[in-house]
Design a protein around this ligand. Structure first.
Ligand code: UDP
Length: 321
């Protein structure tokens, strides 16, 4: 039995592959548009291609005994999704439909889906649970919620089961220092701050200082990428053992940190001082997004192993390399 990881050359996908290969045969499908081949663990079988390509999926599903698909392959930039919605509906929705059709055709019945806090939009609560109303405010969040709804419809009529994982702010790098966060161009806070502290950027911009938060900057829930990876494996094993089926879980630390607090922690860990420019709010940013992950804790025993200091220390080690 093998696991197909779509998007296994990307940030969260590659960290999950690194955990999976210890126990399972892994096939990675990635078109390398945003991923990097060198992030894929050498123990995995790599197929370069598009998950919207039915012929490649036929080939994978006939040559490997795939028991589950972990689906990370997506575009994930909120701002870009507003500017180019068709790209998001094509890559995140249409291509996923091809994958799901081929899974059903080949009798592959377990699916772990990378979803996002962006499905909640601007929540009216400080602590988001899975029962918090979903109301995405951009095409990225909508594209993910559409697939969530499609999964529920499929599970209703097919021999098919799924777990949806709604990530909050994925951050950090593998403890080995071998793989870490890499986007081109980079838009995420922690890598931008660390690149600046390494002298690769002149300054950093803080987007908005007038939010209704303790220090006026946005609050997010940062979760170590290895904790995310382990949640995928627990979800798969929970389904395979019959313990759970058709679930949606939040993945976060349950603690919020402001943009200013993140910068301060990066300064402490690196021993360097940042040059900060206070800028306008970035479009589409909610003031605070903090997750309750109580449900996956109660049902699968998952809880984050890494705190913010470890997240940033691991990221600093990776970026410094
Ligand atoms: N942010 C910032 N400056 C940057 C990048 C991000 O102030 O150069 C802020 C951003 O507005 C948000 C938080 O940092 O409030 C986290 O942003 P990121 O893009 O890392 O993740 P998101 O929450 O958008 O998924």
């Amino acid at each position: 039995m093998a696991i197909l990881v779509c998007g296994g050359a990307g940030y969260i996908g590659s960290h999950t592959v690194k955990e999976l290969v210890n126990t399972y045969d892994v096939v990675v499908l990635d078109n390398l548009t945003t991923g990097f081949e060198q992030l894929i663990d050498s123990k995995a079988t790599f197929v370069k291609g598009d998950l919207g390509d039915p012929a490649i999926l036929d080939e994978i599903f006939t040559t490997h005994d795939i028991d589950a698909v972990f689906h990370f392959a997506a575009n994930s930039l909120v701002g870009e999704s507003v500017q180019n919605p068709l790209k998001y509906y094509r890559n995140n929705v249409s291509a996923t439909l091809v994958l799901l059709e081929k899974m059903i055709e080949h009798g592959v019945k377990r699916f772990i889906f990378s979803s996002t806090a962006a499905t909640y939009g601007i929540p009216d609560t400080d602590m988001i649970t899975e029962k918090t109303t979903t109301n995405p405010i951009n095409p990225y969040g909508r594209s993910k919620l559409m697939i969530e709804q499609i999964l529920a419809d499929l599970a209703h009529v097919h021999d098919f089961q799924y777990v949806v994982l709604r990530y909050f702010n994925a951050a950090g790098a593998h403890e080995s220092g071998e793989i870490g966060e890499s986007h081109d161009p980079e838009s995420h806070l922690i890598p931008i701050v660390l690149q600046h502290l390494l002298g690769q950027r002149d300054k950093i911009a803080v987007f908005g200082t007038d939010y209704e938060t303790a220090d006026g900057t946005c609050v997010r829930d940062y979760i170590h990428v290895t904790d995310l990876a382990r949640a995928h494996i627990l979800s798969y094993e929970g389904m395979a053992s019959g313990k759970i089926t058709n679930k949606t879980y939040n993945l976060g630390n349950g603690a919020g940190y402001s943009v200013k607090e993140i910068i301060e922690t990066c300064e402490q860990i690196s021993g360097k001082k940042a040059t900060i420019e206070y800028a306008e709010r970035r479009a589409g940013d909610p003031a605070a997004l903090v997750a309750s992950s109580q449900k996956i804790n109660e049902e699968l025993g998952w809880k984050p192993a890494f705190d913010l200091n470890t997240i940033i220390s691991n990221a600093w080690a990776w970026h410094s390399k």
